[in-house]
Write a protein that binds this ligand. Structure first.
Ligand code: F6R
Length: 635
């Protein structure tokens, strides 16, 4: 996590760097800092802000100094509290070296002791500051910067992207990358370095993605890249077919609400896009905001795009999905798509666990990594592990320029458009739509469904998208006027689901926790009687998500009776016609029926809208919940 933006060139950098930093706020917003070189006095000028909901905004308002080389950082705290002294940039003792860092330095306790023993004054409790002192010693001991960097890197373990600025080398940004992404932007007599190219996309679209385990000296007119042994690395400049478009909330109070309402269009766009890719239709659908849309060759076949041959698709015997958080919930729902539509055994892995489990490369298998940002460190590391075994990998992400896209064998882009609110909404539903479409497309290729059925599946996705939106409208006023003011007073919730609605219930409980800070626990409904039933009382609403399967509905009904028999407070999300469940509920949301596997998608809008309004009643910072970041780039 953390966002880095740095500049060297002929222009004044304050606005460029801080403007870029604002676009990286999704990477964390615990604190922010800016530094530039005051060449007249041969020293750094810097300032920092920490805490509150908008440190970048406060920093931008208060900084009036400027320079032609500078850098800024937005922090997501890992080591050390959220406060000014821990905010980046960090400095060596005599403030001639400044550093910004993304990642984690492993073994930093021992490093701290070494550095203190050498007489350095360490002012923060971060691991990052240690890098400034360590680099100071290497610069003092080596006659050239290159040798100093090589010596520095040999002592650091972990995952890192560093940018150093030295008063003595005012036009040079020293960039070091190991398992943490960083990109160089080549402008007109100027250069940028950032964690994500959107930080400088309004200024240049010519980029160099630094290879892993390299360092670079970036000047306004040249870039030199070396490996950690100091050997020059040839590189190419890519021109990204993407531009940055400023996104605002429009008429909505929060990005989350706007994004909830964007879902129907995003799903329709996804279906249209997939259709074009699947070569089934010549209809042209608009595809997303340019910044996030993929540069695709539409003549390419879907399988070539995914890095598979038709023979591999037909011969698939195992599908594996790897992801984190909300994306893992979408993947867990998609397990039902792949198993029930394609009849292929499918496993779903949490990326953070996957890496540390034994890996059994299987013939005829594929790994699909699902990630909104395409930068989640756990997912990226899992992908690297899979790639090292030469098993086919496919990325499904919302950001075409992301690390996961670059490293996966194939890529299926989502068409959600930029998602700004930290809590994922439209990406979740677009992931479901993309995965449902893919499952059907694989089934078509394997001869399990007809072309007619494929079209029908696409039609059903449109129907579910329609229901997702129309149910919000049906319940809008009741939620705003009665239900949200009532449910905001509960401090605990239990969520239950069964079969395909269980991972959906997990997503609902995550959504409630992350934005409202209300404690919520989710169980598979059948597990209630094995322990959690002890928690049932009238003060803890139990929210049950129904399914469109008669047998499973009956089972859920029994679970609902178990709750009511213990005087529990019952909220249900049920489908039309499920009258017994609806009538026993204290609050019932009734959803028009859709094709059974798309039940969760149809319920998504209403679930999110309900939780959004509970949180709004509580007055929480909905788009930027405490402690979270949109892109989780540390393990
Ligand atoms: C929750 C949320 C997170 C992310 C998770 C993975 O609303 O957004 O749980 O889903 O951090 O992120 P991606 O999908 O970017 O890999």
């Amino acid at each position: 996590m953390c966002g880095i933006v740095a500049y060297t060139g002929k222009s004044l950098c304050r606005n460029l760097v801080l403007g870029g930093l604002a676009r990286l706020e999704y990477r964390g917003y615990d604190s922010a800092g800016f530094v530039c070189i005051d060449q007249k006095h041969g020293q750094f000028s810097f300032d920092k802000e920490a805490g509150g909901s908008s440190p970048i905004e406060r920093l931008t308002d208060k900084i009036h100094f400027d320079g032609t080389a500078g850098m800024a950082h937005t922090r997501w705290a890992t080591h050390g509290m959220v406060d000014i002294k821990n905010a980046h940039p960090h400095f060596n003792c005599n403030k001639t070296i400044a550093v910004v860092h993304n990642g984690i330095i492993e073994g930093h306790e021992a490093l701290r002791e070494q550095i203190l023993a050498r007489g350095h004054q360490v002012v923060s409790t971060t691991d990052s500051e240690l890098a400034a002192h360590l680099f100071n010693d290497e610069v003092e001991q080596h006659k050239d910067l290159k040798s100093a960097v090589i010596a520095f890197v040999s002592q650091i373990r972990g995952a890192f992207a560093f940018v150093f600025l030295l008063v003595e080398h005012p036009g040079t940004l020293i960039v070091i990358r190991h398992r943490s992404s960083i990109v160089i932007g080549i402008g007109n007599d100027e250069a940028f370095v950032a964690s994500d190219f959107i930080a400088f996309a309004d200024r240049t679209n010519r980029v160099v993605f630094m290879p892993d385990d390299t360092f670079a000296f970036v000047h306004h007119d040249t870039v030199e890249i070396y490996d950690f042994l100091g050997r020059p690395i040839p590189y190419s400049i890519q021109t990204l077919d993407q531009s940055y478009v400023e996104i605002d909330k429009g008429v909505f109070e929060h990005f989350m609400l706007k994004e909830i309402y964007e879902q129907k269009r995003a799903i329709n766009r996804t279906i249209g896009f997939c259709k074009m890719l699947g070569n089934q239709s010549s209809e042209v659908f608009p595809h997303g905001n340019d910044q996030w849309a993929a540069p695709l060759d539409f003549n390419d076949s879907i399988w070539r795009q995914l890095g598979l041959s038709v023979e591999q698709v037909v011969g698939l015997r195992h599908i594996n999905l790897v992801s984190a958080g909300t994306s893992w919930h979408a993947a867990s729902i998609a397990q039902f798509f792949f198993e029930m539509i394609c009849k292929i055994p499918t496993r779903v892995f949490l990326a953070s666990e996957f890496r540390y489990m034994p890996f059994f490369p299987e013939q005829d298998s594929v790994y699909i990594v699902v990630s909104q940002s395409g930068e989640t460190a756990d997912t990226l590391e899992a992908l690297r592990l899979i790639n090292s075994h030469n098993v086919p990998t496919i990325a499904i992400t919302n950001v075409a320029s992301s690390s996961i896209v670059r490293e996966a064998g194939g890529f299926l882009p989502m068409q959600a458009g930029p998602e700004i609110s930290v809590a994922s909404t439209k990406v979740f539903s677009t992931q479901l739509a993309t995965l449902y479409w893919l499952a059907n497309r694989i089934a078509l290729e394997r001869g399990l469904i007809t072309t007619e059925e494929m079209y029908n599946a696409e039609e059903q996705l449109c129907v579910a998208a329609e229901v997702l939106e129309s149910t919000i409208e049906m319940y809008k006023f009741r939620i705003i006027q009665d239900l949200a003011p009532k449910y905001m007073h509960y401090s605990h919730f239990i969520f239950l689901g069964r079969h395909i609605s269980y991972p959906f219930a997990l997503e609902a409980s995550l959504k409630l926790k992350e934005i409202s800070y209300i404690f919520a626990q989710c169980y598979p409904a059948g597990e209630l009687k094995h322990g959690p039933i002890a928690l049932i009382d009238e003060h803890t609403p139990v929210v049950i998500f129904s399914v469109l399967d008669d047998l499973l509905y009956r089972k859920l009904l029994s679970n609902a009776y178990e709750v009511k028999a213990r005087n529990g407070h019952l909220v249900v999300f049920a489908f039309e016609g499920q009258d017994e469940l609806i009538s026993m509920a204290d609050t019932a949301f009734v959803i028009p029926p859709v094709t059974p596997l798309l039940g969760p998608l149809a319920m998504t809008g209403l679930m999110q809208f309900f939780i959004y309004h509970i949180t709004r009643q509580l007055g929480m910072p909905i788009d930027k919940p405490r402690n979270l970041a949109k892109s989780v780039t540390v393990e």
